[in-house]
Design a protein around this ligand. Structure first.
Ligand code: PMP
Length: 410
């Protein structure tokens, strides 16, 4: 008799289940709009040319070995990551108010941040130790934060009517949150909706969060991938830092470097300016190191080495920016093509949201029954909330996809 006889069967991860179903489908017209990974116009994974170059350089390096990295990771990588997200001349960096650790991609950063806050965040009101996430949010947020015993609450985010931001709902929810609550914010290219606040709306969010002493927890998984500009996509984070917030940032290099499986990412803690800022930062860093040591000992090296080479070399960096424009540009073109096609066909509904939304995903507004019909009848695979990964569309399948959507919507 097993001591685990009472263990219940867990549901399959919806996204990875979808991938498996797609692989099994033998229809030649099949379209994969599920997983959030960039595909080129031939629906193939794309190794960024700059990553290929850095990878070749690394492999040719006779001094390359497989020793452990330090607990906090590769120093050249974390330092360059701070600059990338906060800006080269950020006072937070020069005033030594930032401590950074290399993590197991963005997921590891979110986990480390959740664990750290769960153990060490002590707002004056103990009831406020909840993290508020947008409704909807990246599904993994819920699992990660519940694993570290952070109570989870939600704030409204997406308007079903406009398929844009429910700004009033979000603002009134933030206004009524308990003082000191943690607020998870997607820095850009919100997953799963593709809907971001405008800069003016970010300013208003910041004002409310200041008033209520809310703690910003930024998840930044798409810097440079969303707009094609690294600084535009980091604007919200930099603005909040300028406003003097104490905050954390989780950074993923999965999408913007296409280093998905290499698991390169970083976690940053930024202290507010003030007389004890440096000391606090250094003490926080020491505790983060202990958490990291107990969980992963030290992070994986290879992906960080690739990223570090590119981030620290002017020429490679410029080429990376070019590659980012290639990816974001192709996605924007697909948004335009899909919207145009649906409007030409007079498919019932409005389709401006397809081009208003940004980044990897679009929340189409298709309902669960329509999503199911798309899958069963048309071999189109997307998550049941109607989210499509824009990178799955290309000039060969966008018409077919639009025709299929038209058919299930009518
Ligand atoms: N946060 C968000 C919002 C994401 O969309 C993702 C990628 N799906 C991540 C974090 C982390 O991904 P990874 O662990 O692959 O970097």
């Amino acid at each position: 008799q097993s001591a685990f006889g009472a263990v219940q069967q867990a549901p399959e991860d919806p996204l990875f289940g979808l991938m498996a179903a797609y692989r099994k489908d033998e229809d030649s017209k099949k379209v994969d709009l599920g997983i959030g990974a960039y595909r080129d116009n031939n629906a193939k994974p794309w190794v960024l040319p700059v990553v290929k170059k850095a990878d070749d350089r690394l492999r040719d390096d006779p001094n390359l070995n497989h020793e452990y990295l330090p607990i906090a990771g590769l120093a050249n990588f974390t330092t360059a990551s701070q600059k990338l997200v906060l800006g080269d001349d950020s006072p937070a960096i020069s005033e030594k108010r930032v401590v950074s650790l290399q993590t197991v991609s963005g997921t590891g950063a979110v986990h480390l941040g959740g664990l750290f806050l769960s153990k060490f965040y002590t707002p004056s009101n103990s009831e406020s130790k909840a993290i508020h996430v947008s409704s909807p949010t990246w599904a993994n947020h819920n699992q990660i934060f519940s694993n570290v015993n952070l109570p989870i609450k939600t704030y409204p985010y997406f308007s079903k009517e406009t398929k844009g931001l429910d700004f009033d709902g979000m603002v009134s929810s933030l206004k009524s949150a308990t003082e000191g609550s943690i607020i998870l914010l997607h820095a850009c290219a919100h997953n799963p909706t593709g809907v971001d606040p405008t800069q003016d709306q970010w300013k208003q969010i910041s004002t409310i969060m200041k008033e209520k002493s809310l703690f910003p927890f930024f998840d930044c998984a798409y810097q440079g991938f969303a707009s094609g500009s690294l600084s535009t996509d980091a604007w919200a984070i930099r603005y909040f830092v300028e406003q003097g917030f104490e905050l954390v940032i989780c950074q993923s290099y999965a999408k913007n470097f296409g280093l998905y499986g290499e698991r390169a990412g970083a976690f940053h803690f930024v202290t507010s300016p003030g007389s004890h800022a440096q000391e606090t930062t250094s003490r926080v860093g020491s505790q983060l190191a202990i958490l990291q040591r107990s969980e992963i000992s030290n992070p994986p090296a290879y992906g960080a080495r690739i990223a570090s080479l590119i981030l620290n070399d002017k020429e490679l960096f410029a080429q990376w920016e070019e590659d980012l424009r290639t990816m974001s540009g192709r996605i924007k073109e697909m948004r335009k093509a899909l919207r145009t096609k649906l409007e030409e066909k007079k498919t019932p509904g409005t389709w401006n949201h397809i081009t208003d939304q940004i980044g990897m995903f679009s929340f189409t507004g298709l309902n669960e029954a329509q999503v199911q019909r798309l899958r069963e009848k048309y071999h189109v695979y997307m998550t049941k909330n109607g989210r499509i990964s824009m990178a799955g569309l290309n000039t060969n399948n966008v018409d077919y996809f639009a025709d299929s959507v038209d058919a299930v919507v009518r």
